[in-house]
Design a protein around this ligand. Structure first.
Ligand code: PLP
Length: 472
């Protein structure tokens, strides 16, 4: 008890065999054995041990950088000899999943499968761009980029200059297109890191061309054409004139011409067809003016899968690279595998007397004969509060209702003992928030439906949170 910082020692009334989350956590910290194996060795019964591999990537969690000595002064021996009581290297080696029991698992084989499945549907000569913006929709841009490039992708798409720089700093050398026009003040970064911008204003184009020219460099870019989404781009009927206006600049290279569909994932095709027609007009007008449009591309995931005729020279694959179907129409057309799972371990199990409430507001009331289990994952980890009481989790291959408000860092679920006799959830048991366990599955799609949003937002919420990402 001495190591409990606030001196709280009020556990004496508890069962001597009681294992608190803290005890379990402390025990696990200095033990390299995967949790499930450990449980067997210790003869822990009840609960459910998943089939091997027990905790995929358990040891693969990235080690933390070793803290600088000045940061570790608090850990100095009291003798004033400047001796550290703890070995910083050992501290850094404690896996992130042993620091907090919740994590995101990314299956790079699924990314590989999705990239090559889409690649095989493309017409010969059509390139595949892996869209890895927003840290690859929460899946990790560098890992996904490298995997996709090894599975048929040739181009990378990002939203920001810094996202592109992060790829370069990880030694990713493929062409990278920023899917918007950055501020002109970022031009030196584009040139230094060989990053292509999308261009739709003459001012940016000229400043980009001049900056490149001054250093004896080329200034490659893709021309963004607005065909009806009305977000960014040169109007389709002004694209040729725009290209002619900036074409005098000798350093500028029109490497590609593209547009973006507003309704490729919607049932109707009238608006989609109009955008296709306008884009064809723009590209034809460029060619008629003697301007080579370069790589012509338009399709996002939905369009690439549903409308092979708009695959053109390249498709820009985002959501489907991660294993999500962009719309119900795509289900029969392609086989995709979700790459993201979200998991946690139980930190507390208790009986809540009938009528007592659980979590902020006490909106959930115990019906009696339930065990309430706590998980260390909350809305700060992307487990959206709007899902409170409206989602399930998986334990022992079965669904259990999440109950009470999802808190910032934790949430609760209930095991109804009337329905599951002799079922004893244990501290440390692995619970699936998103993913498969046995025959059961909980998908980001169903969460997105419940929330009235799209999978992108839910996946990014989990994947870009403070939870560690583990690659399997
Ligand atoms: C994000 C984005 C994509 C990828 O779209 P998905 O629907 O996720 O496949 C493609 N093109 C542009 C311009 C984008 O911004």
């Amino acid at each position: 008890m001495a190591d409990i910082p606030n001196g709280f020692t009020g556990f004496s009334h508890r069962d001597p065999n009681f294992v608190s989350a803290g005890d379990a956590l402390r025990r696990s910290r200095y033990d390299e054995t995967p949790f499930a194996t450990r449980k067997q060795e210790q003869g822990v019964t009840g609960g459910w041990t998943p089939a091997a591999p027990a905790a995929p990537g358990y040891a693969a969690s990235a080690p933390r950088p070793v803290a600088a000595p000045e940061v570790l002064q608090f850990a100095e021996d009291g003798t004033g000899a400047g001796q550290l009581r703890f070995d910083p290297e050992k501290l850094a080696r404690i896996p992130e999943t042993d620091r907090r029991w919740s994590w995101v698992e990314i299956d790079l084989n699924a990314i590989r499968h999705n990239a090559s499945t889409v690649k095989h549907r493309l017409r010969p000569g059509t390139r595949l761009m892996a869209v890895v913006k927003a840290d690859a929709y929460g899946h990790g841009a560098v890992q996904v980029a490298k995997t996709a490039l090894n599975s048929g992708a040739e181009y990378l798409g990002v939203a920001t200059v810094d996202e592109a720089i992060a790829l370069r700093e990880a030694f990713v050398n493929a062409p990278v297109l920023v899917l918007g026009e950055p501020p002109a003040t970022a031009i030196p970064l584009l040139l230094a890191y060989k990053i292509m911008p999308s261009v739709y204003t003459a001012e940016f184009a000229i400043r980009y061309g001049e900056a490149a020219d001054a250093m004896g460099l080329r200034a490659p870019f893709h021309l963004k054409v607005n065909t009806g989404m009305n977000r960014i781009g040169v109007r389709w009927d002004e694209a040729a004139e725009f290209a002619r206006q900036i074409s005098f600049h000798r350093a500028l290279d029109l490497e590609g011409t593209f547009t973006h569909f507003a309704t490729a994932d919607c049932p109707g095709t009238i608006d989609f067809d109009r955008q296709v027609k306008r884009f064809a007009e723009a590209v034809n007008a460029l060619r008629a003016s003697g301007i080579n449009p370069g790589i012509v591309h338009a399709a996002n995931s939905a369009a690439a899968i549903r409308y092979p005729e708009v695959q053109l020279d390249m498709v820009r694959l985002g959501i489907s690279l991660y294993g999500f179907y962009p719309c119900p129409e795509a289900y029969p057309l392609i086989d995709l595998k979700p790459a993201m799972a979200v998991k946690a371990r139980i930190t507390e199990v208790k009986t809540v007397p009938v009528g007592e409430g659980v979590s902020y507001g006490l909106h959930y009331r115990s019906p009696g004969a339930v065990k309430v289990c706590t998980l260390p994952i909350g809305y700060a980890d992307g487990f959206r509060r709007g899902l409170s009481g409206r989602t399930d989790v998986l334990l022992a291959g079965q669904r259990f209702h999440q109950v009470g408000n999802i808190c910032m860092d934790q949430c609760m679920f209930e095991v109804n003992l009337r329905q599951r006799h002799n079922f004893e959830p244990q501290i440390g048991d692995e619970v699936v928030i998103v993913g498969e366990q046995g025959e059961a599955a909980i998908t980001i799609d169903e969460m997105a439906d419940t929330l009235g949003t799209i999978q992108h937002e839910v996946a990014i919420g989990f994947g870009c949170s403070r939870m560690p990402r583990i690659y399997i």
